[in-house]
Design a protein around this ligand. Sequence first.
Ligand SMILES: [Fe+2]
Length: 395
Amino acid sequence: MAALFSSPPTEGKPEVPKWIPPEPTKEALDWANLHTIELALLDSPDPQVVDNLVQLTKTAIKEDGFLYLTNYGISLDQLHRQFNLAQYLHRNISAGDKERLLWNPQSGTFAGFKRRLGWKREAGDYDGIEQFNFYRPQFEDPESNVPECIKPFMDEIIAFCEYLTYSVNRRLLKLLSRILELPDDYLWDNVQSHEWPLGDGYFRHALFYPLLGEDKERRKGVRMYGHTDYGSTTLLFSVPVTALHIWSKHNKWQPVKYNPGALVVNLGEALEIISGGHFKATKHKVTATPEDQEHCERLSLVQFNASIGDMRLTPAVASPLLQREGFVPSQGIFQQYKKLMDAGVPVPTNKEWRDIQIATNSQIAPESRPGGIKEINGVKYGVDKFFGVEVALPR
Ligand SMILES: [Fe+2]
């Protein structure tokens, strides 16, 4: 049985005000109907229970590429403490630290502080999204790399990320390896970057301030444009303010409903490619909130897990599932990688792939993308091309 999360003590630390979750929307929306995977069932002594769990996960990731993960070892109180800390960081980061720790996406990582002024180091238009992103340097040397106000709490943030990496994500990858009918640690050992405490991945404290009036008009109701995540798995804690939409199996954008304490998990491009397209890296976006939440702040905690940097991804052809059923070539990024593989052209390394997207492609409106607009089945997509790989994303 997997150990539950145990958080370091809070005694002797500065007082941290509680985060009050906003009221969920009362609007009846066309919700995405996601499956719920209870992770603790993986430890069941009954093989039938475990098999049912594997089958349900298989359905979820083939159909939706998104799922709710529950019973993963972190209590609601422990989770809310992390939200308190994220809120505390955004409320108390000094002007000096905002400047000193200002991010530089052109370097290929989002590490550090993002202002509410777009996705470059230089100030752009107001987007109302503030973030602090913790990569390995923030954990290894907090003294130099995190805001002064959060330093007393780094033991708690580190413990939380360690648990997400070494317990939650590792168990999740075990479940996914079983779907591929490969050894339990196949994806952990061969794909997942997991040097202490979260490999080449990162942990994000994001705060979406309300976007109103002219700013809302200019963004046409979109806070973060449609995209797929490039890593292995993304662990997003479900929040009451509705904004996340996924490009669903019904070929339309559908919002994801608040599920208190659950993780909203989606699979990144690395797993789509390694699985030969059996796993789906689903497109998603963040939109304006429903009207009854228009003035709410949306606090968001996410861990983005990364694949091994110097690896060039190819499908895991040793998988009995792939041997039996072949590839699923219709998946977007897998299809693109496969074209290169078939032509004998090397695909980019995982590090090259994520660096170029962070450096050049972060949140550019579809109509401004270098490859222009392409219409597929009546839907307009903005197109990019990196290393010969075409990326088409809907607005
Ligand atoms: Fe994303």
